[in-house]
Design a protein around this ligand. Structure first.
Ligand SMILES: C[S@@+](CC[C@H](N)C(=O)[O-])C[C@H]1O[C@@H](n2cnc3c(N)ncnc32)[C@H](O)[C@@H]1O
Length: 373
């Protein structure tokens, strides 16, 4: 046993420096994982239950410690894997992911119970659980109900962990329950990562756990050591996630650079097309100008032809008038000719009669011959 102030070299187990396999900078529990590793080693729970697992950041840290410390612990994670008002509601993909992770690493001792906390409680014997982590809905009523409902299941070595004892926003009420529990049980609380309360509900605590309690502290270093170790993990996760972000940004950057290069090539290509269009358009403009000149020239020819044609029309009209006059004249001459012909015919027949008369009368003939030509 190593207690603070005992004079012995403090026992600092290796697991304090382990890195969780499921390490995510977004996890609200990351800062408590070194303590979780240590607690599993120090308590050696026969049965461990977590109420509220979601992505499994806290649960799989417990499992990692159980596996790597070679403990005979049976572990159970209880969750509907549907979410709640505080964590938000989510789809089946979360359970599928958590289930795969569990199957691949911890299936020999870890069981996922997809049910409500109340329904799952019925499957556990009284006094059977050594370590219970409550991290479900964080309202005062919900967490008080969960604590009281599961309390009879806790063994004499039982420890209950409450997450979010330092969270006071909105209707978070774990801090209220915590202030009640510190009056009734030996407890130790951590303020970092939203706060974690350790409630020793059993009365047969291992020495290592008792050494954790504030009554044993000489320099109050213990919570700060776990906090510093937790912050180290948070920094590691954040730097890994930032490195991932930087890698992603680099990939994205290279991708955008390629897009910019492609756009440059495309833009040069379009510039050349525009220049070609300009040349073509100037050429067409010149053709249009030539056509305009040609068209004005033809217009002038058309106007000249119009003038010429009007002139010819007038000439034709004049000729037509002359022809009408001539026709009238001809008609007049014809009728004059006809009358003259009639006169000639009359004179001819008169002459014929006269000649006849002369032939038949020698005196008349003599007289006539003297008068007539
Ligand atoms: C804060 S999250 C758990 C976080 C997790 N411990 C971690 O390390 O990230 C709360 C989870 O509790 C579950 N939950 C809340 N109330 C529940 C209830 N009455 N029964 C079953 N699951 C519940 C929700 O589905 C949600 O996944």
């Amino acid at each position: 046993m190593a207690t603070a102030g005992s004079g012995e070299a403090p026992h600092l187990p290796e697991e304090l420096l382990w890195v969780p396999e499921r390490c995510d900078a977004r996890s609200a529990w990351l800062g408590h994982i070194p303590f979780g590793f240590w607690l599993v080693g120090a308590l050696g729970p026969r049965v461990l239950v977590e109420l509220g697992t979601h992505w499994g950041h806290s649960y799989f840290a417990f499992c990692q410690a159980i596996r790597d410390l070679g403990l005979p612990t049976k572990a159970f994670a209880v969750d509907t894997w549907a979410g709640d008002e505080h964590s938000g509601y989510y789809g089946d993909d979360v359970f599928v992911d958590v289930d795969n992770w569990n199957e691949q690493r911890f299936a020999t001792f870890s069981t996922l119970l997809r049910s409500t906390f109340d329904a799952a409680a019925e499957g556990f014997d009284v006094s059977s659980i050594d370590l219970l982590h409550i991290d479900g809905l964080h309202t005062y009523d919900a967490v008080k109900h969960d604590f009281e409902n599961w309390l009879p299941k806790m063994s004499p070595r039982g420890i209950v962990l409450l997450h979010d004892i330092a969270e006071t926003r909105d209707d978070f009420g774990v801090h209220v329950l915590w202030s009640e529990l510190v009056e009734r049980y030996p407890t130790v609380g951590f303020e970092h990562s939203h706060g974690l309360g350790v409630v020793c509900v059993g009365d047969e605590m291992p020495d290592a756990i008792l050494a954790l309690l504030p009554a044993q502290w000489t320099d109050h270093a213990m919570p700060r050591v776990f906090q510093a170790l937790g912050e180290r993990l948070e920094l590691m996760a954040r730097s890994e996630s930032q490195a991932g972000l930087i890698d992603d940004l680099q990939v994205e950057n290279e991708h955008r650079l390629r897009i910019i290069e492609d756009l440059q090539v495309e833009s040069e290509h379009r510039l050349r097309i525009i220049e070609d269009f300009q040349v073509e358009s100037e050429h067409r403009l010149r053709i249009i100008e030539d056509l305009q000149v040609e068209s004005e020239h033809r217009l002038r020819i058309i106007e000249d032809l119009k003038v010429e044609s009007e002139h010819r029309l007038r000439t034709i009209e004049e000729l037509l008038e002359i022809r009408t006059l001539l026709d009238t004249e001809i008609e007049h001459l014809r009728s004059t000719l006809a009358r003259t012909q009639e006169t000639v015919d009359v004179e001819h027949s008169t002459r014929m009669q006269l000649e006849e008369t002369i032939r038949s009368s020698p005196i008349a003939s003599f007289a006539l011959r003297r008068r007539l030509p």
